[in-house]
Design a protein around this ligand. Structure first.
Ligand SMILES: Nc1ncnc2c1ncn2[C@@H]1O[C@H](COP(=O)(O)OP(=O)(O)OP(=O)(O)O)[C@@H](O)[C@H]1O
Length: 320
């Protein structure tokens, strides 16, 4: 799946936190000194294992809990001071709205829309139809909520978040508990919203979700932010390595060093190094010319999984 033709990411920030922290009792901080920046127009994956502080951060962003320290800015306004102005422009899927099991999808949205004093009554039905259409539930709008599949329930929760136009969507594990079909539906809906210019902050413990849906990522580990930025930039930063397989690892390492390569390391079956700007063909030629018996040569570009493993020392669930 691709994320479609999204509008270019701007220099402005839809979310900016400074030194954001939350401590519960005497436990280590649930969120520790977070400087998170979500560029406007980005789909940012908020990636981290369970318990790393994602939900706590999201709840602070939305003003649902108070930070112990630090500041939050949403769409350029300080929170919670700017809440009345900003929150109508922010759709959130955090705990999921409380839907009534015996009401239809449409009637559930009617109840929620009626509870929102900032929306008018006259165009309520049109607004609800638009939101249902957006998430592909228009045909199933008359079914009772309890007859919905998990994917449909999640899409109805997204429809509730989309009852009015949003500049920012904050989604906490939106595909959790969904079957593959439901997961695909929700991910493709996120891609559509992003293509329309909505900034999305999407928390997940799934690396595959980040690589399929997101343009940016912020990596959480034990309450702290390990890295953030455009996926492409992070991957480029991870650095390639070249590997020479040889029965004479020391000689291979010597040839790589002589060529000026950095971070040369030997092991039992050869040597590796960072190639920098030196082209692979030049490296092979130099090693062979130096008389090193070469039995294999590889250029290795680390994948996202390896990159995050390096950042956190923990594997991520790559399924889904
Ligand atoms: N209300 C609370 N009281 C005490 N500790 C809490 C509370 N809420 C969260 N924590 C703790 O804060 C830490 C971070 O939890 P949080 O739910 O933010 O992580 P997460 O990354 O969202 O994980 P998950 O995906 O499991 O929700 C955990 O150690 C959790 O036990």
């Amino acid at each position: 799946m691709t994320t479609g033709a999204r509008r270019p990411v701007s220099g402005r920030r839809a979310v900016r936190t400074t030194g954001l922290s939350k401590t519960y009792g005497k436990a280590p901080p649930a969120v520790d000194d977070l400087d998170l920046e979500v560029p406007e127009g980005a789909v940012m994956g908020f990636l981290g294992p369970n318990g790393s502080g994602k939900t706590t951060t999201i709840r602070m962003l939305l003003g649902l809990i108070e930070p112990s320290r630090g500041r939050v800015e949403l769409l350029g306004e300080p929170m919670p001071g700017g809440a009345a102005q900003v929150l109508p422009k922010v759709g959130a899927l955090v705990e999921g709205p409380a839907f009534h099991p015996y009401l239809s999808g449409r009637d559930n949205l009617r109840r929620l829309d009626a509870a929102d004093r900032s929306t008018g009554r006259a165009d309520r039905d049109a607004r609800i139809s638009l939101a249902l259409d957006r998430v592909g539930l228009l045909k199933a709008a008359r079914k009772t909520y309890r007859a919905y599949s998990l994917g449909m329930k999640q899409r109805l929760a997204l429809a509730a978040a989309l009852l009015r136009p949003r500049d920012l969507l904050v989604l906490d594990e939106p595909t959790n508990g969904l079957d593959p079909q439901g997961t695909r539906e929700v991910r493709s809906l996120i891609a559509d919203l992003a293509a329309d210019g909505t900034t999305v902050l999407l928390s997940t413990h799934l690396l595959s979700e980040v690589s399929q849906v997101c343009s940016h990522v912020a990596v959480m580990h034990r309450g702290g932010l390990k890295a953030q930025g455009a996926l492409a930039d992070l991957a480029a930063r991870a650095g390639r390595r070249v590997r020479v397989d040889s029965p004479e690892p020391a000689a291979a390492a010597g040839a790589l060093t002589a060529l000026g390569l950095a971070e040369v390391v030997t092991d039992g079956t050869g040597a590796t190094a960072e190639p920098g700007e030196t082209p692979p063909e030049k490296i092979i030629a130099s090693v062979v010319t130096a008389g090193v018996p070469v039995v294999g040569f590889r250029v290795h570009a680390p994948g996202l999984e390896e990159l995050f493993l390096g950042l956190t020392g923990e594997g991520f669930d790559v399924s889904g």
